[in-house]
Design a protein around this ligand. Structure first.
Ligand code: TRH
Length: 401
């Protein structure tokens, strides 16, 4: 089911190079993109990844000692410093380096020898800042070789590449969220009791420095039953302190209004279900942050920390686009990330932050639904990327003629 793009050039092969810098987001994004390009656009995708263990956590079918494997129609290659062994036959029609990871020089040299040359894209990280629109699609000619790389930025406006979104995602989500039996079966499968299912359910995915103990303290003292669901390995210190035992999947403890339960770290599609099944989601990084937006539920973002608090700028830029009018969401999000609110609550008055946020949850949920429609209008990243690649290849061809 290959698709034709506007320039009538059919891209048949595509390579994604992924270096896992940290955690699961790098491979999480590349794997999601690879599957979508293969399934929805009929592209022959090769995914080069240097860390198969991280990959296995989000995709249990990964064989960690295989040099080559086929997963969901995608060829996965273990990337370990292979160099100097590439010919033009090895080069894909479209080459994506994720997050500026340096692809092998031998592969770049082979790309420069191809005729026509492949389209070479650097897929960048997500930011809501305004400068992104100016940098999206900019060319960067190679200093020595006759080949140009283009920057491709995901984003929240129609002057960016948009966000990853599978064509069937919305239908799947609606079906799941309207089917109480399916929700209960899923929650039972990850260990929840009927009482926990009936409480307010919050999934928790954050970095270790999040103020989890302060939030647990407020939740325990509240008058509404809350179940906090934390995948194994998340906020381990705070969870263990609450549980008084090791944070293994299945471990749970209730103290007053709060139950904390450790879940298994699930495969990527099940993580979506967890977000859909919860009333509130704490997410982090980039990929879970985007999935929470597609889940259409209230969420709080723990942004990946950067030097000199650059991440606070990014967080504010997102909040400004997402919810300029909902102060409780803004304040809670800023304090969750240890950013200044601007008045009063600098030290984090968590009871007040939570009670204002909780009171606004219906309005926040309405905003989540509007936002979804707003970002859907930008198209999806995989399709936008292919359209862009098609425009480059036709530009190159015209120049040659
Ligand atoms: O794991 P993250 O913190 O990843 C990244 C990386 O640190 C990266 O270097 C950095 O650039 C980026 O953050 C900003 O957070 P993220 O992006 O949300 O990725 C998590 C992935 O793990 C996502 O694809 C969802 C998946 N996941 C599961 O598949 N199962 C689970 O149980 C959970 C909790 C997550």
């Amino acid at each position: 089911m290959s698709k034709m793009y506007s320039n009538k050039i059919q891209a048949t092969t595509l390579a994604i190079f992924c270096k896992v810098v940290d955690n699961y987001g790098d491979i999480g994004i590349c794997w999601r993109l690879a599957r979508q390009l293969q399934h929805e656009h009929g592209i022959g995708v090769t995914l080069w990844v240097d860390d198969l263990r991280s990959f296995q956590r989000i995709c249990p079918d990964v064989v960690t000692d295989a040099e080559v494997q086929e997963l969901a129609g995608v060829t996965v290659l273990h990337w370990r410093n292979q160099d100097g062994v590439f010919s033009t036959d090895d080069v894909a029609d479209i080459v994506i380096e994720f997050f500026g990871c340096d692809i092998p020089p031998g592969y770049i040299a082979a790309m420069a020898e191809c005729n026509p040359r492949p389209v070479w894209l650097n897929l960048e990280g997500l930011s809501a800042e305004e400068w992104v629109e100016g940098c999206h699609a900019l060319p960067s000619p190679h200093p020595r070789l006759p080949i140009t790389k283009y920057f491709f930025f995901p984003g929240f406006t129609n002057k960016t590449g948009g966000l990853l979104h599978e064509s069937s995602l919305e239908k799947q989500r609606r079906q799941f969220q309207s089917d109480q039996t399916a929700i209960k079966a899923f929650l039972a499968q990850v260990g929840l009791s009927p009482e926990e299912m009936a409480s307010l359910k919050a999934s928790l995915f954050c970095y270790p420095h999040a103020p989890v103990p302060a939030l647990f303290d407020v939740w325990q003292r509240g008058d509404k039953a809350i179940t906090c669901l934390a995948p194994e390995g998340v906020a381990t210190e705070a969870i263990q302190a609450f549980l008084g035992t090791e944070a293994r999947p299945g471990a749970a403890r209730t103290c007053n209004a709060l139950t904390v339960r450790v879940l298994p770290f699930v495969a990527q599609p099940d993580y979506d279900k967890l977000l859909w099944a919860c009333d509130l989601n704490f997410v982090r990084g980039e990929d879970s942050f985007v999935r929470a937006q597609w889940a259409g539920q209230p969420f709080i973002w723990h942004i990946y920390p950067q030097d000199e608090n650059l991440h606070h700028k990014k967080l504010r830029a997102f909040l400004q686009r997402y919810s300029p009018d909902i102060e409780s969401l803004r304040n809670f999000s800023l304090r969750w990330n240890d950013a200044r609110v601007g008045s009063g609550e600098e030290r984090g008055d968590w009871p007040a932050l939570w009670s204002r946020f909780a009171a606004d949850m219906p309005a926040i949920a309405r905003r989540a639904a509007e936002w979804q429609q707003q970002i859907l209008a930008n198209g999806d990243l995989a399709s936008n990327l292919l359209k862009f690649a098609g425009s480059i290849r036709s530009f190159t061809t015209e120049n040659k003629v």
